[in-house]
Design a protein around this ligand. Sequence first.
Ligand code: GLV
Ligand code: GLV
Length: 325
Amino acid sequence: HLPKVYVTRRIPPDGMKILRQSGCCDIEQWDSDDPVPRSELLKKVVGIQGLYCLLTEKIDKELLDAAGPSLKVVSTMSVGYDHLSLDEIKKRGIRVGFTPDVLTEAVAELTVALLLATSRRLIEAVDEARSGGWGTWKPLWMCGSGLSGSTIGILGMGRIGEAIAHRLKPFGVSKFIYNDIAPRHELAQKISAEYVSLLELAKQSDFLLVCCALTPETHGICNKQLFSNMKSSAIFINTSRGAVVNQEDLYQALASNQIAAAGLDVTVPEPLPTDHPLFTLKNCVILPHIASATVETRNAMAALAANNLLAGLKGEPMPKEVPLN
Ligand code: GLV
Ligand code: GLV
């Protein structure tokens, strides 16, 4: 009989097409746009060989124990894999697929959009125009800050960070600086970005963009200390994971104008409750985790996750596999 696969959500059509047409697995799916309840998921994974999941599902010891020894492959339709307990997964010899590269351009584009929306106060301005706040043209009204001549700091110079820098260069940015676990020397030729310490990144950046992976090392790395070292005119943008930021510290920094503004595509929790203090701030633009949300990109992610899963079930190399050594 065919290996059993569980798909935890309704996914873009290209992904389902690949799984169905392969004819090599017995697919069950949570056919909804909303997440499968945890209790249901724990039942559905029993005895499966392949799990196709999203970043909303915690794949931890409890779930892996529930699935049992039949589980061979976990394929997540995301580039981030902080929702997977890799230690537990490794112990069980399970292979893991993820979706880097296919979403790099969409995420970089959205990061630029969020940066401009925040730096040029677009959301505030649209609200004013709609609600009668647009009295007349005023020289000192709705002024933000421009990218030309600025110093852009990037925390996490991976594929996405590099793609962001590449897109921002034509805006006349005068200097790119970055911090990561290690300098990337080959980058110097492409975008001439200078490697600096986290402290220097905080001090020098006019715009500080966070696009690192969430790991034990980056958890809460954007905290009171970082914000207190930033310029009062600086703008903070996060399109990585909410937990990279200490949100209480960010709230204080924004409310006290220690920094000028923030744009967030990710928060803790998600969704952020509508009565959260961050929503009361005019200088905080919050998006509902949409960085990879273009039709083409989501289809490409769904397809890549499907191909990863099928390759894993066949014991073949996956197109994009998380190295577990
Ligand atoms: C989105 O956040 C992803 O990890 O793909
Ligand atoms: C981080 O997620 C990257 O792809 O650079």
